[in-house]
Design a binder for this molecule. Structure first.
Ligand code: ZN
Length: 163
């Protein structure tokens, strides 16, 4: 078992806080099997509020479960409880861990931000829901503060964490 942190980086303009609408946000990930090295081109979605593979042996189930197509090993991933963290104005321009995955047999190698982000403007401005970061850039107009707000140069990476 290994813990992997998802780190994001972005340049924030008049934005106080960028966060996922967890626990209902779906993290779209490309995964690699740690046993045989198989890396599928398919995007998998992992959502903290959803559980699969619940049975008598494992009543809680997992946030994600997959049998590797190549080596048939059963791999699972859970989102670590309370590991979600917002990306704030103070973090702007640098990388910060926003969620931690507990990985058993499969590890994330690529992240697609897509839709489901919440953006809070600076100076108690407007809050935007269901923000779409598919284009890696996002611009809106804050009508409360009469200025533009934006997220630019979105980037992400994974880091392995020590237990
Ligand atoms: Zn495999």
């Amino acid at each position: 078992m290994v813990r992997v942190g998802l780190q994001i980086s972005a340049t924030l303009e008049n934005v106080d806080k960028l966060e996922t609408c967890h626990p209902d946000y779906s993290f779209f990930l490309k995964l690699k099997c740690s046993n045989c090295g198989e890396q599928s081109e398919k995007w998998h979605d992992i959502t903290e509020s959803e559980r699969v593979q619940q049975d008598s042996r494992n009543a809680a189930g997992f946030n994600f479960f997959m049998k590797c197509k190549m080596c048939s090993r059963e791999n699972s991933i859970d989102i670590v409880d309370r590991s979600n963290a917002p990306y704030t104005a103070d973090d702007s321009g640098g990388f910060k861990t926003i969620v931690v995955f507990e990985c058993r047999g499969a590890e994330p190698v690529e992240f697609s931000p897509r839709v489901g982000w919440r953006v809070s403007s600076a100076e108690n401005g407007q809050q935007f829901e269901e923000v779409d970061l598919s284009e890696d850039d996002w611009v809106e107009y804050d009508q409360k503060n009469n200025n533009s707000v934006g997220i630019y140069e979105f980037a992400s990476k994974f880091i392995k964490l020590k237990k």
